[in-house]
Design a protein around this ligand. Sequence first.
Ligand code: HEM
Length: 140
Amino acid sequence: MVVLVRSALLLLLVGCSSAPEPKDWLYQQLGAETGVTQLVDGLLVEIEQDPQIVQHFKDTDIARFRKLLIEQLCELSGGPCRYSGATMQESHTGFQITQADFDNLVDHLIKVMTAQKVPVGAQNRLLAKLAPMYKDVVYR
Ligand code: HEM
C-alpha cells in the first residue's frame, strides 16, 4: 500500500514538473541565425526610414554595425555567438541619443518582430534583455 501511494505521488510529481527551458529558447523563438539576421536587416530598413534616428548613423560603418548587432542579439538570446563589439556605454557615448530615440528604436524593433511573426512572449523576453541597456545608450 505504501509503495502504491509513493508511486502515485511520484507519477504526480513527474507529471507536474515541466522540462527545463533550453538555453537557446529565445534564440530559437527569434528564428535562430536566419531569424536574427532578418530581424537586424528589418531594423536597418526602419532606421533608414526614420530621419530622427538615421542622423545618428551618418558616419557609421553600417556593415560593421549590422554584423555586431547580429552577434549581440544572437548571444543575448542564448545563441551560439560571441559579441565582439564595444560596450554599450563606449559605443553610444557622444551621440546624444535621447529617450525618444530609444523609445522609437524599440517601437521599430517591435514592428519588425511582429512582421516576422515572433511570438509576443518572445518579443517581451528580448525587450526585457535590452531595457537595462537604456542607461548606457541614452545621453544625459
Ligand atoms: C538597447 C538598445 C541598443 C542596442 C542593443 C544597440 C546596439 C548597438 C551595437 C551592438 C552597436 C555596435 C557597437 C560597436 O561599434 O562596437 C551600436 C552602435 C551604435 N548605436 Fe546602438 N544600440 C541600441 C540603441 C541605440 C539607439 C537608441 C541609437 C540611436 C537612435 C543607437 C545608435 C547607435 C549608433 C549611432 C551606433 C554606431 C556608433 C559608431 O558608429 O561608432 N543605438 N549599437
